[in-house]
Design a protein around this ligand. Structure first.
Ligand code: NAD
Length: 240
C-alpha cells in the first residue's frame, strides 16, 4: 500500500523542472497524475516516463491562464475519474529587468500565468473538493514571494500575491477539510534557471527536494494545518 494510492492529482506545468519532479514523486506514491502544460511534447514525455516506471499518468494540454482550457482540464479529469484530491499549482514564468524597461505585455503575462492561473485552477477544483470534503492544494511560489529582489518586480509581485491567495483559500475552505500549502523555493536547477550566469548548480536545490517537501505535506494526517508560506532554501549561497 502506497501513501497516495487512489488519490487523483493535477499538476500544472508538469512536463519539466519542479512540476515534473513532483509528478514523478506523486506517481511513485501511487497517485494517478494528470499533467497539464502548454507544450504537449513535454507533458507527454513525463507521462510516458512515469508509465514506464509503473505509475499512472496522463498528459492534458492546457494553458492555465485561459479559463476555457482550465475548465476543460477539470472536466476531463472529473469525466474520467470523478474526483480530484490534489492540485499542484506549479506552472510559472518570469520576466526580469529594470522596471522602466518592462513591457506591459510582459507584466500582464507574468501575472496571468502565475496568479490568474492558480485562481482559475483553484476555482475549477473547489466544487468537487468541497463535495468530497477533502482535498489538498499546493502552490509553488518562490523565495521571491517573501524577499524583494531588484529588477524582478513582475515575478515578485505575482509570487507575493500567490502567497496571500493561498492563505485566503485556506481560510475559506478549511471547514471542508481542504488544505492549502504554499512552498517558496530558493534556486532550483531547472529550465527556468539553467542560463542564470554565476549560479553554482552544486549549491542549488533540485526538483526532487521540492517534491520531497510536497509529498511530506500531502501525507500528514487529517486535521494538521501547516502554516504557509514554507521557505525551502540551501544553506550555502548558490551565487557565491
Ligand atoms: P520550468 O520552466 O521548468 O517549469 C515551468 C513549467 O510551467 C513549464 O513546463 C512550462 O511549460 C509551464 N508553463 C508555463 N506557462 C504555462 C501556462 N500558461 N500554462 C501551463 N503551463 C505553463 O521552471 P521551474 O523552475 O520548474 O518552475 C516551476 C515553478 O517553480 C514556477 O512557478 C516557478 O516560478 C517556481 N520556482 C522556480 C524556482 C527555480 O529556481 N527554478 C525557484 C522558485 C520558484
Amino acid at each position: 500500500m502506497k501513501r497516495l494510492d487512489g488519490k487523483v492529482a493535477i499538476v500544472t506545468g508538469g512536463g519539466t523542472g519542479i512540476g515534473r519532479g513532483i509528478s514523478i514523486a506523486l506517481a511513485g506514491e501511487g497517485a494517478r497524475v494528470f499533467l497539464c502544460g502548454r507544450r504537449l511534447d513535454r507533458i507527454q514525455k513525463t507521462a510516458v516516463d512515469i508509465q514506464a516506471a509503473g505509475g499512472s499518468a496522463q498528459a492534458l494540454q492546457a494553458d492555465v491562464s485561459k479559463e476555457k482550457d482550465v475548465e476543460r482540464l477539470a472536466r476531463a479529469v472529473l469525466d474520467n475519474i470523478g474526483r480530484i484530491d490534489i492540485l499542484v499549482n506549479n506552472a510559472g514564468i518570469s520576466a526580469g529587468g529594470p522596471l522602466q524597461e518592462l513591457r506591459v505585455d510582459e507584466w500582464d503575462r507574468v501575472l496571468e500565468v502565475n496568479l490568474r492561473g492558480p485562481f482559475l485552477t483553484t476555482r475549477a477544483v473547489l466544487p468537487v473538493m468541497r463535495q468530497q470534503r477533502a482535498g489538498h492544494i499546493i502552490n509553488i511560489s518562490s523565495e521571491s514571494g517573501i524577499e524583494y529582489y531588484l529588477q524582478d518586480a513582475a515575478y515578485g509581485v505575482s509570487k507575493h500575491a500567490l502567497n496571500d491567495f493561498g492563505e485566503f483559500v485556506q481560510r475559506e475552505v478549511q471547514d471542508f477539510n481542504i488544505r492549502v500549502n504554499t512552498i517558496c523555493p530558493g534556486m532550483v536547477v531547472t529550465e527556468m534557471t539553467a542560463d542564470s550566469s554565476g549560479l553554482d548548480h552544486s549549491k542549488c536545490l533540485y526538483p526532487e527536494d521540492i517534491a520531497d517537501l510536497a509529498i511530506w505535506l500531502l501525507t500528514r494526517r487529517e486535521n494538521i494545518k501547516i502554516g504557509t508560506p514554507i521557505l525551502i532554501q540551501t544553506m550555502l549561497n548558490p551565487w557565491e
